[in-house]
Design a protein around this ligand. Structure first.
Ligand code: GLN
Ligand code: ZN
Length: 770
């Protein structure tokens, strides 16, 4: 019989119960007991769902109040000194508040301290807390949460499998801070870490757990030889534990780590058979006869219903070969998809037909079980009907005219290389733009958004609820824009923005105005801690029925003599922050978005907007997990940006914005975007990241952010002048702009106005100096 399981289930709850409970606890509106009770309830409910669906094992260990990587850090006692009182550090259990302080800097109890770094988990939009490591670090078993959860599940009568981030991936995700960072070898800590993992496994075995899943997604990345050897060493040591180990890999193929991984002395191996189906046959041929093979065949990273018939056909011979040793699962933890489609009402944004094409976490459990029964030839009549229905939904989706718009395909086919080329190279364009814009040296601007005030959000809510008419809503937004323009003029900024008052979210706003996108009401996915996002669902060919931003930009420009910057979200970012169709390459989908945005650029230009910013904050995070695949991705991503922008005349200035500070390895691609101006995050790196631009002889204009908008502190004039002086050592002054690091939507005007006043003053001083 084929065994069905999941690597992990979303913990936030179908109604975001976890978010609400943790936030109430942080605010002091509820106590620890209430929070723990919600946690217990959610775990119970999620195990029950797995059991009801017919999974053979329920997964314990995927729950976390904040982050599962953080929970491993507390399990191992890897708590930086600044967070724990001496006692707790030396002996005690790591308290939940200590974990919250590691995550957020503060908690209802304990002294505030600088939070640990948070970053994206592999190529997902989920953020984990980076384990903080240092030379000679000691570890100890410092939390019993995991064991308590195992008891809970057993008390409910479940057959338990425990899931835990593996020791090498935990170290791989970790970092040393400060001076040690450069030279520190994380592997020097491996033996100590393994010691504690060994204790954890023994204790789980004592609790009667037979299977422990150790997540090692680092195996789908390029590993240095020392790390490959460390895998052998680590798993030889862990095999002594009296439990069975399932080594799980996901988000890609094993590539050159395949032989290594197949040879590790574990009892089972999980493969991502969605992202890397080609590795399955190879592994089956080489797998030792006692090992279990868990195939992740249901897409854990996307929201589409699986093609169960095709999977059945593919897997039938494998099932015959492997028998009991074949396990089925989604490709990765279901953490990365929304919880339950059944909670989703049919609406204008997601009608019955579209809904029929989707499967969220709860539905993916059913798919996994159903497929297993099909392979075992033990389908009930009900199962047969469900299989047939799944097949029909899939066929309907494939044939739907809502997906295939011939005009979009024709237009895409007619695109030529020339469409991605501006008329002149940057030098000539810069001259035309200078004549048109007449800006001073060190021109000042902002990144686009101004504070999303309570009134703005209230107006949008009222409008959505039908309590505020379209005309009234627009009038309110125009008033916001007018106020933002007046404030910018008074501050003396050189290039203005309209402020993005009308945007709920930089991707959703465009998705709502493009054909081919659907939206959910409850399709939340955890992004970090209590923060959830609701990505649009890009289901079909993308087209732009009407201009999306022109009326706001035109209105804003009508209020001022100063140049108004149009504001668009770039194609790669729209792609990256949506669930996208799986029936064509991402590159093709991205090109469609680019063509739609290209029309918006043309319309903004026709409305006499002289500068247009195309934001691409997600360009970098789209990089594949294997460096050999980077160039292929960058080629199409860059081309999509250029295709969007290149319709602009020489005299129209194209800006782009990226809010991160790692450019060294992608500088050639950044240059290839050929944006006339790029604004980037730099204030925290002391302008050192401009070295990459200097060394590359980056030819276009740059606005290195002079202050960190995430900090509530007022940036001082001298500080910004000093930063720009450092920038001027690297980049010619006639190519430098002065701007904040990122958009200001999360700040209040009380902070924004004095900060920008200081920034404008800094620019004035710089102009005098140069
Ligand atoms: N224009 C957007 C804003 O100012 C850019 C946001 C971003 O970079 N993430 O909010
Ligand atoms: Zn930004």
């Amino acid at each position: 019989m084929t065994l069905a399981h999941v690597l992990g289930y979303p913990r936030i709850g179908a109604d975001r119960e976890l978010k609400k409970a943790t936030e109430a606890y942080w605010k002091g509106e509820s106590d620890r007991e209430a929070l723990e009770a919600t946690g217990r309830e959610l775990r119970q409910r999620h195990w029950a769902a797995q059991r009801e669906a017919g999974l053979d094992l329920v997964t314990v260990g995927d729950f976390a109040f904040y982050d599962q990587v953080l929970d491993v850090s507390t399990l191992l006692g890897a708590v930086p000194d600044r967070f724990a009182a001496g006692d707790e550090l030396a002996r005690g259990e790591v308290d939940l508040d200590t974990a919250f302080r590691m995550a957020r800097g503060r908690a209802p109890s304990g002294e505030p301290a600088a939070a640990c770094e948070m970053t994206k988990y592999f190529d997902t939009n989920y953020h984990y807390l980076v384990p903080e490591l240092h030379p000679g670090q000691r570890f100890r078993l410092a939390s019993s949460r995991l064991f308590d959860e195992v008891e809970e599940a057993r008390a409910d009568g479940h057959a338990v499998k425990v899931a835990l981030t593996g020791p090498l991936t935990w170290l791989w995700l970790g970092k040393a801070r400060g001076e040690a960072a450069e030279t520190f070898d994380r592997l020097s800590l491996l033996d100590e870490v393994l010691e504690v993992y060994g204790q954890v496994l023994t204790r789980l075995a004592d609790q009667g757990v037979s299977w422990v899943q150790l997540d090692e997604p680092a195996l789908v990345q390029d590993l240095p030889p020392a790390w490959q050897q460390a895998y052998e060493r680590a798993y030889h040591r862990l095999q002594a534990a009296p439990v069975k180990l399932l080594l799980s890999t996901y988000f890609g193929g094993l590539g050159d780590n395949l032989s290594l991984t197949v040879g590790l002395p574990v009892d089972g191996l999980h493969l991502d058979a969605v992202r890397a189906p080609e590795q399955v046959e190879v592994v089956v041929d080489r797998l030792l006869p006692h090992k279990v093979l868990s195939l992740g065949v249901i897409d854990g990273r996307n929201v589409w219903r699986a093609d169960l018939a095709a999977l059945r056909e593919w897997l039938t011979p494998l099932a015959a070969r492997l028998g009991e040793r074949l396990w089925l699962a989604p490709s990765c933890s279901l953490l990365h998809v929304p919880v339950d489609l059944a909670a989703e009402p049919e609406s204008r944004e997601l009608d019955a037909e579209l809904k029929g094409w989707l499967a969220f976490a709860r539905q993916k459990l059913d798919e996994t079980v159903l497929l297993g029964r099909a392979l075992d030839a033990r389908l009930t009549a009900g199962d047969e009907a469900r299989l047939a229905e799944a097949g029909e939904a899939l066929a309907a989706r494939r044939a739907s005219p809502r997906i295939h718009r011939p005009a979009v395909a024709e237009r895409l086919a007619a695109v030529t290389a020339a469409d991605s080329e501006r008329a002149s190279p940057h030098g000539g364009r810069a001259r035309a733009q200078r004549r048109r814009l007449d800006l001073p040296l060190f021109p000042t601007t902002t990144i686009g958004s101004f504070p999303q005030t309570a009134e703005i959000r209230q107006a949008r809510r009222a409008h959505k609820a039908g309590e505020l008419s379209g005309a009234d809503y627009e009038a309110r937004m125009e008033a916001e824009i007018a106020a933002a323009v007046a404030r910018q003029e008074a501050l003396g900024l050189d290039m203005l923005v309209h402020g993005e008052a009308e945007r709920n979210d930089m991707v959703e706003y465009f998705g709502e105005r493009l054909d081919g996108f659907a939206f959910t009401r409850f399709g939340w996915v955890q992004s970090y801690g209590s923060r959830c996002v609701k990505p649009p669902i890009l289901f079909g060919d993308v087209a732009r029925p009407a201009p999306m931003t022109v009326r706001w930009s035109r209105y804003a420009q009508s209020l001022t003599e100063r140049p108004m910057k149009g504001m668009l979200t770039g194609p790669v970012t729209v792609l990256q922050w949506s669930f996208v169709r799986d029936d064509q390459p991402r590159a093709t989908t991205c090109r469609q978005i680019a063509l739609a945005l290209r029309d918006e650029v043309a319309d903004l230009e026709a409305a006499a907007i002289a500068a247009i910013q195309i934001d691409e904050p997600a360009l970098r995070e789209g990089l594949p997990l294997r460096s050999a695949e980077w160039q292929g991705y960058l080629d199409w991503a860059v081309d999509c940006f250029r295709l969007t922008a290149a319709v602009a005349d020489d005299a129209t200035q194209i800006h782009t914005h990226m809010c991160y500070s790692e450019f060294n390895d992608i500088i050639a691609a950044i240059a290839a975007l050929d944006a006339d101006v790029i604004t980037i995050e730099t204030s925290r790196s002391d302008m050192e990241l401009l070295d990459a631009f200097r060394d590359f002889d980056y030819p276009n204009e740059i606005g290195p952010g002079v202050y960190d908008i995430h900090s509530p502190n007022l940036p001082e004039v001298d500080w910004m002048v000093t930063l720009m002086d450092k920038a001027a050592e690297r980049i010619a002054v006639d190519r430098l702009w002065v701007n904040p690091d990122c958009g200001l939507k999360t700040r209040g005007w009380a902070e924004v106005e004095p900060a920008l006043a200081n920034m404008v003053e800094a620019a004035r001083i710089l102009r005098e100096r140069h």
